[in-house]
Design a protein around this ligand. Structure first.
Ligand code: SF4
Length: 170
């Protein structure tokens, strides 16, 4: 299946724990004021790549600690990211997903593909970028309203549970 991406970074240390393979989704409708990645907004921009090719490239990387889906907005392409995520979970690979939607909005979605993508995400960095809450000292986030959500604990609790390691920094 085709996935529309803005780009791929094969080794990042700023998009989640450890060394991460990062897939930047193309397309975002949140329109956050002060967004640092306006080139990723156009739903028809970027380029397409086959999900199987993304998976093969990820699995060929020997030194990564996990994979991050960033953007743009990954949850606008839930089917393609779910296809990739399912293959990664077969190998027990840790998945971080960024979203301008909150955990609560994703959880309440009537789109089963959105729920499947949420369910295979280990760590969700959620919420829109809000310029008034900009804070350069935050781990993995740009503004203080954004959270680092432990998705599995949150699904069990049916409410957002923050990742233990980063609670103090929130
Ligand atoms: S969700 Fe992210 S990519 Fe989309 S407008 Fe907001 S900051 Fe930019």
């Amino acid at each position: 299946m085709d996935l529309r991406v803005a780009g791929i970074v094969k080794e990042s240390v700023v998009d989640g724990p450890g060394f991460r393979y990062v897939v930047f989704a193309q397309g975002c409708t949140h329109g956050c004021k002060g967004c640092h990645n306006p080139d990723t907004h156009d739903l028809n921009g970027g380029y397409t790549i086959k999900t199987d090719d993304v998976v093969a490239d990820i699995l060929s990387q020997a030194h990564i600690d996990g994979v991050t889906f960033s953007g743009g907005e990954p949850f606008l392409q839930p089917e393609a990211f779910t296809l990739i995520g399912e293959k990664l979970k077969e190998k027990n690979i840790h998945i971080v997903c960024y979203s301008g939607f909150t955990f609560e909005t994703l959880l309440a979605s009537s789109n089963e593909k959105v729920k499947r993508l949420l369910g295979m995400t280990d760590m969700l960095i959620d919420g829109p970028y809000m310029e008034e809450y900009k804070d350069l000292s935050l781990t993995y986030r740009g503004s203080r309203n954004q959270r680092i959500v432990d998705v599995h604990a949150s699904l069990d609790a049916e409410q957002a549970v923050l990742e233990k390691l980063y609670r103090e920094a929130s």
